[in-house]
Design a protein around this ligand. Structure first.
Ligand SMILES: [Zn+2]
Length: 420
């Protein structure tokens, strides 16, 4: 799977604002193919585009002229001339725009901006608790995105899409969280619409584990289906199918695996009101609680994460034991998911997975013992890439699929409506 899935990627889910389709021009397939080849770097000259698309040189010239006129592409002289005119190279113009992504977690959000080739231009952490409610969190996120745009010299009027990841069930169509636990004020709050209005751009909301799965699948060129388990305050799973799409359930609650009963769940009370859910015994939050480590302090929203990491690094016996027990419980759930979905890659993410190899080896041991040999024969079990940006990368991939969809390209051409 590649980051840029191509102009012909399916566009299945609603965005905010709803596209006034009647107002968008029909975009010729050829034009989208030309744009796609240049953006993906597969072709950088008119001759190469003609060869790759089978379009007449004059047609290619027309499409390229159109895209140059709208400021989406630029054509520069490469300077490497043998004799006569130096060859000219087509690239995506920096003026073409930017996409913005926010990955909101319980005790902080990460925001990033990327150009339309998917290259991350800047990112930053915003210290805001999700409990502060949607207005406060979205305000803080939007302000930080604007600051990143300013710092990198990108035009805030050319934000092409905003993607927001939330740690709970999400209704992608309505662009909001649905009945999330531990997120007061978020249920049904029009998060996509709020960001869409703020940036005057399409916006979408997705589950953070879904974004993490998509990010891992695209950055590693990993084998799919890829299942990603995010272990944080709760526990969520995202699945990228063999065709590179996010698997979606009927109500947006797919992957809310934290409420699967743990084998030794006992009577630990879960945020959902049941007892013995796996997130109540094996999430990062549950491990901190068992060890008596406060999750946050007034001046450090990541206090718990840091202290647990220190204790594990010092081989503190109670901490190591708690982590191993969590690994066993997580492994049980993972083994079940492996039996259901038969993924080729299983990725563990979130603060627990960064701590030590104990979690990974514990989960591996249980999965190999419990799942059937056919499902584990070629299964790769690993942790997320260590920089903690998988969900941001997933958000960028998702945004670019929209931007280069038929509607997205039509929108690019309308928004930059210099007649040509
Ligand atoms: Zn529960």
């Amino acid at each position: 799977m590649t980051v840029h899935k191509g102009a012909f990627a399916a566009h299945k889910h609603e965005l905010y604002p709803p596209t006034p389709t009647a107002l968008l021009p029909a975009v010729p397939l050829g034009l989208r193919a030309v744009l796609d080849l240049v953006v993906s770097g597969e072709a950088t000259s008119r001759a190469e585009i003609a060869r790759r698309t089978g379009l007449a040189r004059s047609t290619v010239g027309q499409h390229v002229g159109h895209l140059l006129g709208h400021g989406l592409l630029e054509e520069i002289e490469s300077g490497e001339s043998v004799r006569g005119r130096p060859p000219r190279v087509l690239t995506l113009s920096p003026r073409a725009g930017t996409v913005a992504v926010a990955d909101v977690d319980t005790s902080g959000a990460q925001v990033a901006i990327a150009d339309l080739t998917g290259r991350m231009l800047a990112r930053e952490t915003v210290p805001v608790r999700i409990e502060a409610g949607p207005e406060a969190v979205l305000d803080a996120v939007a302000e930080r995105v604007l600051a990143l745009l300013e710092r990198t010299g990108r035009d805030p009027r050319r934000v092409r899409e905003v993607v927001l990841g939330l740690p709970g069930p999400v209704d992608v169509g309505r662009g909001c969280a649905v009945r999330p636990t531990g997120m007061p004020g978020w249920d049904g709050y029009p998060a996509a619409e709020t960001l869409g209005v703020r940036f005057r751009a399409p916006a979408r909301v997705d589950n953070d584990a879904n974004l993490m799965a998509l990010g891992e699948a695209s950055r590693r060129e990993a084998d799919t289906p890829l299942l990603c388990l995010k272990i944080g305050a709760g526990m969520g799973a995202g699945l990228v199918t063999a065709s590179g799409d996010i698997y979606r359930g009927a109500d947006g609650a797919e992957g809310d695996v934290g409420h699967i009963p743990a084998a030794d769940g006992g009577d630990s009370l879960c945020t959902c009101g049941n007892v013995g859910c796996v997130r109540a015994v094996a999430s990062h939050r549950a491990v901190l609680r068992a060890l008596g480590i406060p999750e946050t302090t007034d001046d450090d929203l990541r206090h718990g994460e840091r202290e647990l990491a220190e204790r594990i690094a010092d081989s503190d016996p109670p901490a190591v034991r708690a982590l191993r027990e969590a690994a066993t419980a997580i492994g049980e759930v993972a083994a079940t998911l492996v039996l259901v979905y038969n993924p080729r890659t299983l990725v563990l993410g979130g603060p627990l997975s960064d701590l030590s190899d104990d979690l990974l080896s514990g989960v591996r041991a249980v999965v190999y013992r419990r799942a059937l040999p056919l499902t584990t024969r070629a299964l790769i079990i690993t942790t997320t890439l260590p920089d903690g940006t998988a969900a941001l990368h997933g958000g960028i991939v998702l945004a670019l699929r929209d931007v280069f969809s038929a509607q997205g390209v039509a929108r690019l051409l309308v928004d930059d409506g210099e007649a040509d």
